[in-house]
Design a protein around this ligand. Structure first.
Ligand code: HEM
Length: 397
């Protein structure tokens, strides 16, 4: 077995990003508490360790944010995703009801018409770029409709979101293009919020603006401050689109690589919800989240100090052979228990039911209309934490 010292893992390496699973396996087996060679963070890769850390927010704090490259300060940059309770729970509570399975079921008609609109334009026998044809557009339109973003501005917003997440090979710092994109998104969403203040609608921005909650710190009910509104809406706009695009395209590529599993879907659409869960596990969009320690932690004989950054590799936990039998195979009907592809614990993805439903509808449309689709050349994009494609050649048949 190779010595631990030869094991190199960097979340910002293009080679790792292109095929992270071999290095994840080595991390789990050889160095379950791995120290970054430049001493910047620890890396946990086993399912039990990642799930345990996600549950223990008091030890594994989110206050500095979900990524060490651009630390936050208690949600000032990235809203709830970088807050601890009690603040986290109060702000998240504002929209909690909007994203439950029942609330998502009430959006069924709206979601289906977005899917039908984009996929209904595609013709059998043609070859398209699946990203351009529907994988970018469906999630962008769904979150665009929910936030009330005018149709004409959505593609620009999508391009900014992508630029915000894109990283340069080997560089930990956010590139200038990502910082500028972040500024543009904030200015755009800020403008939209100002318009909703004077002209409210039934969109998420108006709901966030009008919401009140009890704040024990001031001993009274209050609404979100303008900055809290902006950061929350920014987070929703970015989180709602990039990851779901990757789920749809990673899933269709994986199913093309597992034709027996795709045939299960074609002959029985009732397995689609399970197939979407398996797509989330098998080639997960969100590969890692980060935390900082509030106290020293000893794990597998290694002590991590208070204040240290810890990367939690969701992508590796999803393939841990200690948790999943035959983890490198796509198996729709594998037994399911806790999975961590949407995170776990208090920060578990707010939009998980929405994302699942969007992907389920796309898979169903493809199964009904293009049951023998084929995948050609596909190219990945290097981003901070989200792994997926920028183009996927798909022949519709
Ligand atoms: C396949 C699609 C998606 C994936 C894989 C995904 C993944 C995740 C993960 C891993 C987290 C936890 C972050 C952490 O623990 O630090 C998270 C949080 C979050 N997600 Fe998603 N997400 C997806 C879609 C969405 C959608 C569609 C929305 C909104 C419309 C959304 C909104 C959020 C929000 C607001 C949080 C922060 C929750 C909190 O901190 O309490 N996500 N997501």
């Amino acid at each position: 077995m190779p010595a631990t010292s030869e094991l190199m893992y960097s979340p910002f390496s293009k080679a790792v990003f292109d095929d992270p699973y071999p290095v994840y396996r080595r991390l789990r087996n050889e160095a379950p508490v791995y120290r970054d060679p430049e001493d910047r963070w620890w890396v946990l890769s086993r399912f039990e360790d990642v799930a345990g850390a996600l549950r223990d927010w008091e030890t594994y704090s989110s206050k500095l944010g979900p990524a060490p490259e651009n630390p936050d300060d208690d949600g000032r940059k990235y809203s709830v995703i970088s807050m601890d309770p009690p603040r986290h729970d109060r702000i998240r509570g504002v929209l909690k009801g909007f994203f439950t399975p029942r609330a998502v079921a009430s959006l069924e008609g709206a979601l289906q018409s977005v899917v039908d609109h984009h996929l209904g334009r595609l013709k059998r026998g043609t070859t398209v770029d699946a990203m351009e044809a529907f994988a970018f557009a469906v999630p962008t339109d769904v979150i665009g409709d929910l936030l009330g973003v005018p149709q004409a501005d959505r593609e620009q917003l999508r391009v900014w979101w992508e630029a915000f997440l894109t990283r340069h090979e080997g560089e930990v710092a956010m590139p200038q293009s990502a910082i500028e994109a972040n500024r543009n998104i904030s200015a755009y969403i800020g403008d939209l919020i100002d318009r909703r203040r004077t002209d409210p609608g039934d969109d998420l921005i108006s709901i966030v603006l009008q919401a009140t909650f009890h704040d024990p710190e001031i001993g009274d009910d209050r609404s979100l401050t303008p900055h809290e509104v902006l950061m929350f809406c920014n987070l929703l706009s970015a989180a709602g689109s990039e990851t779901t695009q990757k789920l749809i395209s990673n899933g269709l590529v994986a199913l093309h690589d597992h034709p027996d599993q795709w045939q299960r879907i074609v002959s029985d659409h009732s397995v689609i919800p399970a197939a979407v869960n398996e797509a989330l596990r098998y080639d997960t969009p969100s590969h890692w989240v980060a935390r900082t320690l509030t106290r020293p932690v000893e794990l597998h004989g290694v002590t991590m100090d208070a204040g240290d950054w810890v990367l939690l590799l969701l992508g590796s936990a999803n393939r841990d052979e200690r948790r999943y039998d035959d983890p490198d195979r796509f198996i729709i009907e594998r037994p399911r228990g806790t999975d961590v592809y949407f995170g776990w614990g208090i920060h578990i993805c707010l939009g998980q039911w929405l994302a699942r439903r969007e992907a389920q509808m796309v898979f169903e449309y493809v199964a009904k209309n293009f049951p023998d689709y084929a995948i050609g050349a596909h190219e990945r994009v290097l981003t901070a934490t989200v792994r997926g494609y920028t183009s996927v050649e798909m022949t519709l048949r």
